[in-house]
Design a protein around this ligand. Structure first.
Ligand code: SF4
Length: 274
């Protein structure tokens, strides 16, 4: 009988960034403090992966990990927040909405274990940003090349719909991820929610965010200047790219296809100098 329920930190799950003693945020104020105090992306990911600040999402992600989908009944689910994952010195950040209940919430790796991720990783591989064409589970040898992935909300939400308070509670994790990614050149937003969630976080870290906020669209490109003198934390300006989310609904209807994804990720790689 497979053990069910969320994975305790530091118990041998492949790529688990946390240990038994990793500090746990239990409310939004603690998220802010622990995110701001992380000294590296690795430490930040560890803290993200044990967060318990949103009661509704904690309850949901752990309930899903306990009950599981029938087709995955023989697997243990991760059942924790899905942390940022990828290169420790990323030049490209790929930002999504939130992990899927039976995808990232099951595998512990963002965009891994669902159809959206299959389409996404295949494109990243074709464009030279991923080492393998598939991402199946943590510990499968997949790695990102010069790129990192993160979700604006790091716990799987019911019906894929986080509430505004949950989005806001999770925001400091993203702001810290941006602040600790000193080599970052390009951000690709997968879908309008990620696009909307990004701008306030960029402003919080110090970038000159355009006003009014640019409209989301596939292939949209927005240069974002770093308005401070050289040596104040950022070496260069950013380019933000819009990309339709490779959800099943979007791929089945043809709203987005492989060639469209490849166009965006090739552009991202080129603009990042990779
Ligand atoms: S959504 Fe974000 S802030 Fe809320 S519990 Fe998950 S990781 Fe923590």
């Amino acid at each position: 009988m497979t053990v069910s329920g969320p994975v305790p930190p530091g118990t041998g799950w492949p790529e688990d960034p946390a240990a038994a003693g990793t500090p746990v945020a239990k409310d939004p104020a603690q998220v802010r403090a622990l995110a701001a105090g992380a000294g590296s992306l690795a430490e930040l990911a560890a803290r993200q992966s044990v967060c318990r600040a949103c009661p509704r999402l904690v309850q949901w992600r752990e309930e899903v990990a306990e009950t599981r989908r029938r087709s995955f009944r023989t697997e243990r689910y991760w059942g924790r927040p899905v942390p940022g994952w990828g290169d420790e010195h990323p030049r490209v950040l790929i930002l999504g909405l939130a992990p899927a209940a039976h995808g990232g919430n099951r595998t512990g790796r963002i965009f891994t274990g669902d159809r959206s991720g299959d389409v996404l990783f295949a494109s990243l591989w074709r464009c030279g940003l991923a080492a393998q064409p598939t991402s199946v589970r943590a510990g499968d040898g997949q790695r990102l090349i010069g790129a990192r992935m993160a979700a604006a909300v790091r716990c799987a939400p019911p019906a894929n719909k986080p509430e505004p308070a949950e989005r806001d509670a999770c925001a400091p994790w993203l702001a810290a991820e941006l602040a600790l990614s000193a080599d970052l050149r390009v951000i690709v937003c997968l879908g309008g929610f990620a696009w909307q969630a990004l701008w306030p976080r960029l402003a919080a870290v110090g970038w000159a965010v355009p006003r009014p906020r640019p409209a989301f669209g596939h292939g949209a490109e927005v240069p974002v200047p770093w308005p401070h003198p050289p040596g104040t934390g950022r070496p260069a300006d950013l380019l933000v790219l819009g990309c339709y989310h490779p959800s099943q609904q979007n791929t089945f209807t043809g709203r987005v296809n492989d060639a469209m994804l490849d166009d965006v990720f090739s552009r991202a790689r080129h603009a990042a100098g990779l």
